[in-house]
Design a protein around this ligand. Structure first.
Ligand code: ING
Length: 308
């Protein structure tokens, strides 16, 4: 048995005016709660240090860059990394990354229990749009503020297992999980910020959003026989509601823990990585069952092309 006692640390709303220091204090309180409950690994949401700023149209790059971190850990996050190290806990957290050569990514990092960063992932599937869209009730400008990730889909040996990261919209694309599955992933962590309603006036409400969110994460877990830990930044941010529904899902696709609020909330589960072995050696024994000679379209074709 290779157990990782894992905490999903959901963050409630972060208002535009909230300081990083105030947010980090909330994160440390959750981290200490997780430690008290016996966790050795804690997962925070996507863009966990600030409000979900892609909902705001900005033109001045200086205004955009205020939402980004130039180093990780940095001035505001060093205390969080130190606390995690003191508690001998590994963490995963999402943030907006501004690289020294001026590139902007929606990024997630993974540490070991000594507070060292062992893995970094930059979000590849960026939803939304890049120009102000007058048809939308609110904006979703990830394509404006971030570059598509340039690190690919990676996995890292950590805490006795094989771990990988995705971010938010990635969870809706089966290829993303499969890229990790083909590297033997046993635990996928993903943070998300998901608006409760569709900005394009669709009639999709919070329950539909939660349904698709659970469906996407459960499918990814089951079809790759891996644990999935999905952690929300939830609640109402400057009048914009976002769903909760942080999840811990086992390698059979079953939800073993789910948050019940849209506030700061911890869920926790003892995840036995050996629970991945049965699926990986039977129904999802990729080497035995996959027929890659028939899958060419998946990497050769971007958009669907219907028959004549
Ligand atoms: N947010 C949303 C997500 O994929 C979205 C965007 C919502 C796309 C619903 C499609 C449908 O959960 C981020 N940040 O990707």
């Amino acid at each position: 048995m290779r157990e990782i006692v894992t905490a999903a640390l959901q963050m409630g709303s972060i208002q535009k005016a909230d300081s990083r220091a105030a947010v980090v204090a909330r994160m440390i309180a959750l981290l200490e709660q997780a430690h008290e409950a016996g966790a050795t690994f804690a997962v925070f949401p996507e863009l966990t240090l600030t409000t979900f700023f892609p909902r705001w149209y900005m033109e001045a790059q200086s205004e955009v860059d205020q939402w980004f971190e130039r180093e990780m850990p940095g001035r505001d996050t060093a205390v969080l990394f130190q606390r995690a190290r003191d508690l001998n806990m590994a963490i995963s957290l999402g943030y907006a990354e501004l690289t020294p050569d001026g590139q902007h990514f929606n990024t997630s990092i993974l540490t070991n229990r000594q507070g060292e960063i062992v893995g970094k992932y930059r979000k590849i599937h960026l939803p939304g749009h890049s120009e102000f869209d007058t048809e939308r009730a609110f904006q979703h400008l990830e394509k404006r503020y971030f570059l598509p990730g340039d690190l690919g889909f990676g996995v890292w040996r950590n805490l006795g297992g094989i771990m990988g990261m995705l971010i938010c919209n990635d969870r809706r694309w089966p290829e993303a999980y499969r890229m990790l599955g083909l590297q033997g992933v046993e635990m996928v962590t993903l943070g998300f910020n998901t608006p409760s309603v569709n900005s394009q006036q669709g009639d999709e409400g919070p329950q539909d959003r939660l349904f698709h969110h659970r469906l996407s994460c459960q499918s990814g877990a089951y079809q790759n026989s891996t644990w999935v830990v999905a952690v929300a930044k939830a609640g109402v941010e400057d009048d914009h509601p976002m769903i909760g529904g942080s999840l811990i899902i086992d390698p059979n696709g079953k939800i073993v823990a789910e948050t019940q609020t849209e506030a700061d909330e911890m869920i926790i589960h003892a995840c036995d990585l050996d629970a991945c072995n049965f699926g990986k050696s039977t129904i999802f024994d990729f080497k035995r069952h996959r027929r890659i000679e028939h899958y060419g379209l998946i990497t050769e074709r971007t958009g669907a092309v219907p028959p004549e």
